[in-house]
Design a protein around this ligand. Structure first.
Ligand code: SAM
Length: 203
């Protein structure tokens, strides 16, 4: 089976669903910092792409209108339960990040947390997120991207085939994803011992 495929993503993330929050919580501090940097305004329409179990939900103001999507049905089931538990009216949908079913310019903010390095075609995922973002809107990317102007280290090169099989690539360059975009980079910060980056863009 092709390990960079939606089919493999559904299999592995179905297996991880019951334990995802244990690992997801390790990144809580960086995630909070990332969402603060996005500077979401009260009343904003926010799209979370590949939202997983919905760990972002409690960090977003409850007066925002949130839509959360994910490819894996068990993840969507957990995010629905979380939304109910938090007493939030979040629209949770199963959807491929590379082919969003929303109209152009639908959202004030789009969040791509820990998703670009996982989807088979990161460029398509980024382009779709840009398409559904309103002009003047902001996009957040928090992921294990290579640091600016850095080539993959030997250790990343060695580990990448293993991490790619298990959960995610660790050698994705943001430059490759961003190169055809006209969006402006507003912030770009390393986080979590420089293994991750937080990037905020404006359309
Ligand atoms: C590492 S988790 C990140 C979840 C969440 N964004 C977070 O920050 O905790 C990756 C998520 O991407 C989802 N996923 C994988 N391929 C996808 C695709 N093509 N479209 C949408 N979601 C996808 C998986 O089901 C999983 O929930």
């Amino acid at each position: 089976m092709n390990i960079n495929s939606n089919r493999w993503n559904i299999i592995r993330y179905t297996i991880y669903t019951p334990i995802y929050d244990l690992f997801g919580r390790i990144l809580k501090h960086s995630r909070r910092k990332a969402i603060e940097m996005l500077n979401i305004q009260v009343g904003d329409k926010v799209l979370i792409v590949g939202a997983g179990t919905g760990l972002d939900f409690e960090m977003i103001h409850n007066k925002c209108e949130i839509t959360a999507t994910d490819l894996t049905p068990s993840m969507v089931a957990v995010m629905k339960r979380r939304s109910k538990k938090l007493n939030r009216n979040i629209n949770c949908m199963q959807m491929d990040a590379q082919q969003l079913s929303f109209a152009d310019e639908s959202f004030d903010c789009v969040i791509l947390n820990l998703i670009l390095a996982i989807v088979p075609e990161p460029v398509n995922c980024f382009k779709e997120a840009e398409r559904v973002l309103k002009t003047g809107g902001h996009m957040l990317i928090f992921d294990k991207l290579l640091q600016k102007h850095k080539k993959p280290s030997l250790i990343r090169k060695i580990l990448n085939p293993i991490t790619n099989l298990l959960f995610s690539r660790i050698n994705l360059s943001f430059t490759t994803v961003y190169k055809h975009s006209s969006m402006k980079i507003k912030a770009d910060k390393p986080t979590f011992w420089n293994l991750f980056r937080i990037i905020v863009l404006k359309k």
